[in-house]
Design a protein around this ligand. Structure first.
Ligand SMILES: NC(=O)c1ccc[n+]([C@@H]2O[C@H](COP(=O)([O-])OP(=O)(O)OC[C@H]3O[C@@H](n4cnc5c(N)ncnc54)[C@H](OP(=O)(O)O)[C@@H]3O)[C@@H](O)[C@H]2O)c1
Length: 299
């Protein structure tokens, strides 16, 4: 079994290799940044919150003696994606790419402006495809590389209130699996990471409670647990990584049970916000997040 460094071509003795992580400001992306820095990778971290990314980069450089470049990029914007691609192109090599940036929406498709829904397509799908296409010539030339696309368990389960989210995550699952098959000949490994519920800012931004009476919810994981599982799967070259036994079980049921039954269960469990109570939720980084949603279970 090869180590992660061997698969990506990283050799701290011969000069370090570089990992690019989108959405490294918080949650799963931030955990990737810390765990990869601990493995000795120099990093290019991206997100929209400059102060927070600067703080993280200083802490990483001091803690792990690696170089960290911060690129402020809103992946909804084509020009920002282009900028990130140019910076990646200037690197001698890119050895790991983690396409992690993402978000959820409270609005259902038919009630929302199409421009709003398309932003999700741009961040989850278009920017991911562009970044991968840009780095592949380098990875093919060096005959090594790791690509991790952060999808979701939602990729397996269509819902009646999250059409764009489940569809973009589903795209990532099939795209990554196919890509992994296509790129094997070049010793490049692609993983689709499908986390279940994870304690990050993702849910806070949607105004959802992440704890029940202050207690951990069943099956929920920390971002560190998710990332540890992903990096462990790299060692075994597993194309799909579903962290957590409960999550694996749910996905197995979603695959085995008739689609009609899964859709019925999913519809029963769908949650739709019915009005918004604006309040100030402080996210991890002290940036104000304004929506605190009061939700009712959909009939
Ligand atoms: N948390 C869960 O339960 C869960 C479950 C399954 C899958 N996921 C997936 O995991 C990934 C990471 O989410 P998370 O849970 O760690 O949530 P998070 O803490 O909210 O982190 C999301 C990251 O994505 C970045 N981002 C969002 N929109 C962006 C944009 N337009 N341009 C650039 N960066 C953007 C954010 O950066 P800025 O804040 O700096 O903009 C942030 O760093 C997402 O793809 C999400 O779909 C999460």
């Amino acid at each position: 079994m090869k180590t992660i460094n061997e698969i990506s071509g990283n050799n701290p003795q011969k000069g370090r290799k570089t990992a690019v992580i989108t959405g490294a400001t918080s949650g799963i992306g931030k955990s990737f940044a810390y765990q990869l820095a601990q493995l000795g990778y120099d990093l290019i971290v991206t997100g929209r919150k400059q102060n927070l990314l600067n703080e993280i980069s200083v802490d990483l450089e001091n803690s792990y003696n690696v170089d960290v470049k911060v690129v402020i990029a809103d992946l909804e914007k084509a020009d920002d994606v282009k900028l990130l691609m140019e910076i990646m192109n200037q690197q001698e090599s890119i050895d790991v790419l983690v396409n992690n940036a993402g978000f959820g929406l409270n609005e259902v498709f038919h009630e929302d402006k199409v421009e709003n829904q398309l932003k999700m397509l741009q961040v989850h799908v278009v920017s991911t495809v562009l970044l991968i296409h840009k780095i592949l010539p380098k990875m093919i030339k060096q005959r090594s590389g790791i690509i991790i696309n952060v999808s979701s368990m939602a990729a397996y389960i269509p819902t009646s209130d999250n059409a764009m989210y489940t569809s973009t995550k589903s795209f990532l699952k099939n795209f990554t699996t196919s890509l992994n098959m296509e790129l094997r000949q070049f010793e490049i490994y692609a993983q689709c990471l499908c986390p279940g519920f994870t304690y990050t800012d993702f849910h806070k931004k949607l105004g959802r409670n992440t704890k029940e009476n202050g207690a951990k919810k069943t099956g929920w994981m920390t971002p560190n647990e998710v990332v540890t599982c992903s990096l462990k799967s790299v060692k075994y070259r597993k194309n799909l990584c579903i962290p957590g036994i409960l999550n694996k079980l749910v996905v197995l049921l979603a695959i085995l049970l008739p689609a009609g039954l899964i859709n019925k269960i999913s519809k029963l469990m769908s949650i739709k916000p019915n009005h918004f109570e604006v309040s100030m939720l402080k996210t991890q980084d002290n940036h104000a997040c304004e929506l605190n949603t009061v939700k009712n279970v959909r009939a």
